[in-house]
Write a protein that binds this ligand. Structure first.
Ligand SMILES: *Cc1c(COP(=O)(O)O)cnc(C)c1O
Length: 427
């Protein structure tokens, strides 16, 4: 599959049936797997043979779908998780522990902000949030001796800031730690962070990858480039023997290409069990088969909606990275020459009351805590996904109270714009 274009990989990567085998990926609906001898099974527990023994850790359906996502992102290993939240938690917790510190872009998904700033803080893991537009000097100043990872979103949900991946990768690598990029919004069809220096890529597959609002899921992909052993003192979990796995040293046994995901599966999946159901993985793969066809339409509709809103006199401003007036336009063109995603945000003149009136009058666009779905949906983040943030944090994340997020689906753009136009008229 390596030499085929990403369009072909969306359809066919991950699973190649043999003679007479099912054309579609089989759903291995089994908690456990059978072996002839205890020795056979013992080898699995020693990580000496590949195979399956219990679906809390690994399942063949999931691995086939993960393999497709790995190939789309250009990585070396990957895994599915039960949700995007689990993917980001696992990616960070795989290399952080009590006493560690994370440098994160402040412009990230509300759930991830909460995960890092509240829940992981309770685990003794500290964070410094940085403005994604900070200078290199400001970024470097955020690092501490105990920093173990840098985190950001390629296109942030919902602020739609574009991460300068090269800037963040350079700072991370100068401090001997990996850059983790949540690539949920552009998907690998529009942006592949590993090509720009990111080390680990995460996804909420719940969004465009599934694309139909059908299954919650997440994914982690390792680019296979970060040299853990060169920074062994920082990453004892990867570079010293794991007593809970018969003394295996992941970075030695599985190399740069496989250590991160093997450890993440063997330890975190074993202990925390955030596995994706094989049914969901099957549904996810149906979405992936058309991802390369759907993303250009989401982009076309998003661009048309953004241009319409920008010209409307009831709209204060529009956030959409590929509008020439947007401050991320140059970065967006560099990292995403074919466009980013179908999500547009804008602030109404008249703040919160205007937003309420607008939302009430939408007919086609549904009010949902969701984005990146085939059906257009709309949200006022300050009263929903970002409720836990105070006004100062909302501002830092680029989400003022009157902000509306509209996720343009796959409908006809003329109908979508007409719906938004009549809701604006009602204000
Ligand atoms: C939705 C989302 C998440 C969380 O994913 P879930 O699948 O809802 O757990 C993480 N990051 C981004 C960018 C998201 O949009």
């Amino acid at each position: 599959m390596k030499d085929y274009s990403i369009n072909t990989k969306c359809v066919q990567a991950g699973y190649t049936p043999g003679n007479g085998e099912p054309r579609q990926i089989p759903i291995y609906q089994s908690t456990t797997f059978k072996y002839d001898t205890s020795e056979d099974m013992g080898k699995l527990f020693d990580l000496e043979a590949e195979g399956y023994f219990y679906s809390r850790l690994q399942n063949p359906t999931n691995d086939l779908v993960a393999s497709k996502i790995v190939q789309l992102e250009g990585g070396t290993a990957g895994m599915l998780t039960s949700s995007g939240q689990a993917a980001n938690f696992f990616a960070l917790f795989n290399i952080c522990q009590a006493g560690s510190h994370i440098v994160s872009s402040s412009s990230i998904y509300g759930g991830t902000f909460n995960l890092i700033s509240v829940t992981m803080k309770k685990m003794g893991i500290d964070v410094t949030f940085v403005d994604p537009d900070c200078t290199e000097e400001e970024l470097n100043a955020a690092f501490q001796n105990n920093t173990r990872a840098v985190f950001g979103e390629s296109i942030a949900n919902p602020a739609l800031t574009v991460l300068d991946i090269e800037k963040f990768a350079k700072a991370a690598h100068e401090h001997g730690v990996p850059l983790i990029v949540d690539n949920t919004f552009p998907t690998p069809v529009n942006l592949r962070p590993i090509e720009w220096g990111a080390d680990i890529v995460t996804h909420s597959t719940t969004k465009y990858m599934d694309g139909h609002g059908a299954a919650i899921g997440g994914a982690i992909v390792d680019g296979g480039n970060f040299d853990w052993m060169a920074h062994a003192a920082k990453f004892p979990g990867l570079c010293t023997p794991d007593d809970s796995y018969h003394g295996v040293t992941y970075a030695e046994r599985f190399g740069k290409e496989g250590a991160f995901i093997t450890k993440c599966t063997a330890q975190l999946m074993r202990d925390l069990g955030c596995v994706q159901s094989p049914q969901s993985a099957y549904i996810l793969n149906l979405g992936l088969e058309s991802l390369h066809v759907r993303m250009p339409r989401h982009v076309e509709n998003g661009q048309a909606m953004a241009e319409f809103l920008e010209s409307h006199d009831k709209v204060e401003y529009v956030n959409y990275p590929t509008l020439p007036s947007n401050k991320y336009y140059e970065l967006a063109k560099k990292y995403m020459p074919n466009g980013g995603c179908g999500v547009v945000s804008f602030e109404l003149k008249g703040g919160r009351p205007a937003a309420e009136k607008f939302m009430k009058n939408l007919k086609l666009a549904a009010i949902e805590t969701h984005v990146a779905d085939a059906r257009t949906c709309c949200l006022n983040p300050a009263t929903s996904t970002h409720r836990q943030m105070n006004d100062e944090q909302l501002k830092a994340a680029g989400v003022p109270a009157g902000l509306i997020r509209i996720s343009c689906g796959l409908e006809d753009k003329k109908d979508l714009i007409a719906d938004v136009a009549q809701a604006l008229d009602a204000i």
